[in-house]
Write a protein that binds this ligand. Sequence first.
Ligand code: ZN
Length: 354
Amino acid sequence: MTDTPPRRYVIGRWDPLTVGVDIGGTKVLAGVVDSSGRVLERQRRHTPGTSVRDVENTIVDLVLELGRSHDIAAVGVGAAGFVDVTRSVVKFSPHLAWRDEPLRDAVMSRVRVPVVVDNDANAAALAECRFGAGRQHRLVLCITLGTGIGGALVIDSRVFRGANGMAGEFGHIQVVPDGHRCECGNRGCWEQYASGNALVRDARELVLAGSPLAHRLDELVGGDVAALTGPLVTQAAREGDPLAVQLIGEIGAWLGVGLAGMAAAFDPGCIIVGGGVSEAGELLLAPARSEFSRTLTGRGYRREPPILAAELGPDAGFIGAADMARSAARRARRMKRRRRERPLRRRRSVLPEA
Ligand SMILES: [Zn+2]
C-alpha cells in the first residue's frame, strides 16, 4: 500500500453546491463551496453570544441568504465540542450553551435540505486532506493549534471518529506526569505545553516576574500583562525579539515531542499543522521537526512523515463542513432513488410470468 491516494474518476457523478458553516467562539464563517473545494461566496458574522436559539438563527439566516443566489443541496455545520457519532447532536460545546443539543434536526426543519454537524477540527482536517496540504496522501494526521490542541486522523478522505465520535482529542494525552493542571481535570496534558494558552501563560509569567528578557513584550502591552496574547508574541518573534522566538521555539519543541508519539501510534503519511498558533510558521515548525526527528521511534529505519503548514487558513472549517454536506446530499439522493425504485420492483415481482 502506498501513501498516494487512488485517483477516483466517477463519471457523471452528481456534484451539487453545498454550504459550510463554521461556528467559532467569536465569529461564524459560512460559504458556498463546489466539489473541487472552490469557495463561490463567503459570509462572516459575529457569534451572537452563547444562546442556543440565537446561534441556530444565525446559521439559518446565513444558509437562507447564501441560498438566494445559489442552488444548495445540503448544509454542513462545524462547531467546537463533542458531536455524537451520528453527527446530529452536539453533546457539549465549550464556548456555546449547547448541552445535548439536537442541532442537525433543528436546522434541517428550517432549511429543508440535508444537514450534518461535526466537530470543527474534523471539518478543517477533512478540507486540508481533500483540497489543501494533505491532498497527496491517504493517511493524514491533522493538528489544530489554537488555545488548545484539536485534530483528526483522516484515512482515505474519511475522518476517523472512534466509537463515540470523540476521537481526535489529542491535546489531552499526558506528556508530563504531574505537570500543569488542565481544564479536563488531569495534569500534564500535551496542550498545556504546545498551544496558544501555553504560549501566553509562559509569556505572561516572565512579564509579571519583571524579567529583563521580557522588556519588548512588556512594552507591546504597555505594562498591562492581561493584554498579552498569542498573536502579539508571534508579532514580537517575527520582529526578532529573542524571548518571543525562544517561547515559540519551546512550544514547537513540545509540538514535535507529541507528534512523535502520535506518529509512533498511527504512522501517518504526512502531518499538517494548522490553527491560529501555526501563523508563527517556521518559528514553530522548524523546532517541531527537529524534536520530532530526534524522538521518533524507529528513526533511521523509516520514511519520516513531512510536517507541513496547513494551506487553507481560516476557511478550512467551513470548506470541510461543506464537503461533509456534499456526501450527505449524495447519500440522501441515493436513498430517495432506492425508495422510488422499491415499489416498482415489488410490482414487477407480482406480474404473471410470460
Ligand atoms: Zn487535559
